[in-house]
Design a protein around this ligand. Structure first.
Ligand SMILES: O=P(O)(O)OC[C@@H](O)[C@@H](O)c1c[nH]c2ccccc12
Length: 525
């Protein structure tokens, strides 16, 4: 930094404060540089995604006139504007950005002027972690020391910002390469042609032109436009940063070939964030499954307790979508893996076309966890799915059975540890039992662990209502969570009633006399 006699610029002031902050953190027991490097060596940092490929995908990239990608920023306050959105919940805001199609979520972690923190960034990461094709997380910070890059990686960033204007070329190069060594391609920020040359000299793959001069905070939207020529024909993503307020701004950049825009304040102030983003970038509407309500596919039927080939075939012909084998010796419909195997291969080979083919979301990439699990699963099959039901059997037995009986899914009915799902090679359905006057577990809606939930309602209609509330609470607005409702013991008319009011993805019936009629009735609804 320059040490002129003049009054320091805003950037110089922030730099000086951040340098002090870093020294404090470094000398705090538990967060010394040695501690952080030990944590990294232990591989305790969460998994990374590569920001550049992610930045090349957005909801319009499959169309012929693709629009820029979005780096959406979490920004509570700023030195030039003061408070911007002090009460916004950053996790919710991040999820909204992600579901609206953002490729990167930028989080300001500077506490004094921007009112941000590493905790904010961690929450952002947690909020979007289980999304298929989640956005990358950018630590928006005044980075002057490798220490801050270690912090970024440990707290869940996929990339960091490097501001050319506040770094000597030597420091810039060191920090750039250090970030690469941790697997993160940094966003290198420039504000004029000279800084652009320095960024290009690094071999940067992602350069942001800041329209705001960080020394005096003046915004000139032409800054990006003037530098576009310098990167033509180069294999890098050019992003326009700051001052972007509306579609007109983006349209100009799009025509000039700018591939991404970073927007903070305008997004934090938007009333309907999703709509604002769509209009800003001229993106197509992202369809949600809930919206297709009127012409939704029929309720799926799962039948549990299959023991013979003939049962399996007649169920399939009647339109059953999921066949379950029970591998719990305590149950009267228990089958051995060797007995299930030939039934399974018959069903697989027959490729009988089931009557239901699922509603597959056209926007799997942007959907939350459970909806996406459903889309992935139902896109794959043209025959009933084969499920193995377990209740407290050992993990090794489950794994063995999946292989022997060629299962598509595993259902866990006992209190097996949720960590087992990572060791079971097929998607897991987790059964939750809900009794009368009991509040259902919040775990039902936890994304990233089980792929589907089966709700066993033993408390009759009242418990169904209770359940409905929990599921709805866990749902992201606009998205429906696919639920399998265990409806055994519920008489047919009540079942039809429940299907109409709750509209579950599937119902689970026991294989007993008359089941074929119930299957027909449900499929005909
Ligand atoms: O809120 P705006 O005008 O959309 O700007 C966002 C972003 O560009 C800005 O936050 C920013 C760009 N470079 C920075 C460096 C440090 C802190 C903040 C920034």
């Amino acid at each position: 930094m320059s040490t002129s006699e003049k009054k320091p610029t805003i950037l110089e002031t922030i730099y000086a404060q951040r340098a002090k902050d870093v020294e404090v953190a470094k000398s705090t027991p538990g967060t010394t540089p040695e501690d952080l490097s030990t944590l990294l060596q232990m591989n305790l940092a969460p998994p990374l995604i590569q920001v550049v490929p992610r930045l090349k995908r957005n909801p319009s990239t499959s169309s012929s006139s693709s629009s820029p990608s979005l780096m959406a920023e979490i920004k509570r306050a700023s030195p030039s504007k003061g408070p911007i959105a002090m009460t916004t919940n950053v996790a919710q805001q991040a999820l909204t950005y992600a579901l609206s199609g953002a490729s990167v979520i930028s989080v300001l972690t500077e506490p004094t002027w921007f009112k941000g923190s590493l905790f904010d960034m961690r929450l952002v990461r947690q909020a979007i972690d289980a999304l298929p094709d989640r956005p990358a997380v950018l630590r928006k910070e005044f980075i002057l020391d490798e220490y801050q890059i270690m912090e970024a990686r440990l707290w869940g960033a996929d990339t960091v910002l490097l501001i050319v204007a506040m770094l000597s070329q030597e420091r810039l190069e060191t920090l750039y390469h250090y970030s690469l060594s941790l697997g993160m391609e940094p966003l290198v920020e420039v504000n004029n042609a000279d800084e652009m040359r320095r960024a290009l000299g690094l071999g940067s793959k992602m350069i942001g032109v800041n329209n705001r001069n960080l020394h005096n905070f003046e915004v000139d939207m032409g800054t990006t436009s003037r530098l576009v020529e310098m990167v033509k024909e180069r294999d890098l993503v050019l992003c326009a940063l700051s001052g972007i307020k509306g579609p007109e701004d983006v349209r100009v950049y799009k025509e000039e070939g700018v591939k991404a825009v970073l927007v903070g304040e305008a997004l934090m102030r938007a009333e309907d964030t999703g709509k604002f983003i769509r209009e800003l970038l001229d993106w197509p509407e992202i369809k949600t499954q809930g919206e297709g309500e009127k012409n939704r596919e029929r309720t799926w039927v799962k039948v549990t307790g299959v023991r013979s080939e003939s049962e399996a075939i007649s169920l399939t012909e009647t339109g059953t979508d999921i066949l379950s084998f029970v591998f719990d010796p305590q149950e009267k419909t228990y089958v051995k893996p060797e007995e299930a195997a030939p039934i399974s291969s018959k069903i697989r080979a027959a490729r009988l076309s089931p009557s239901a083919s699922a509603a597959v979301s056209p926007y799997l990439r942007s959907t939350p966890w459970f909806t996406a699990q459903l889309g992935t699963l139902t896109a794959t099959y043209a025959r009933p799915l084969l499920v193995g039901v377990f209740n407290k059997q050992p993990l090794a037995y489950i794994q063995h059975t999946v292989a022997i009986s060629q299962l598509d899914l595993v259902q866990l009915n006992g209190d097996e540890p949720s960590g087992w799902t990572a060791h079971i090679p097929v998607p897991v359905i987790r059964q939750f039992t809900v009794a009368k006057n009991e509040s259902p577990s919040q775990e039902i809606t936890r994304p990233g662990v089980h792929s589907f939930c089966l709700l066993d309602v033993q408390g009759g209609r009242e418990a169904v209502g209770e359940l409905q509330r929990v599921v709805e609470k866990g749902e992201v607005p606009g998205w429906r969570m696919p639920v399998i409702l265990r409806a055994s013991g519920i008489e047919e008319e009540a079942l039809v009633d429940i299907i109409r009011s709750l509209d579950p993805w599937a119902v689970d019936l026991d294989l007993e006399i008359g089941v074929l009629d119930v299957v027909k009735r449900v499929k005909g609804l």
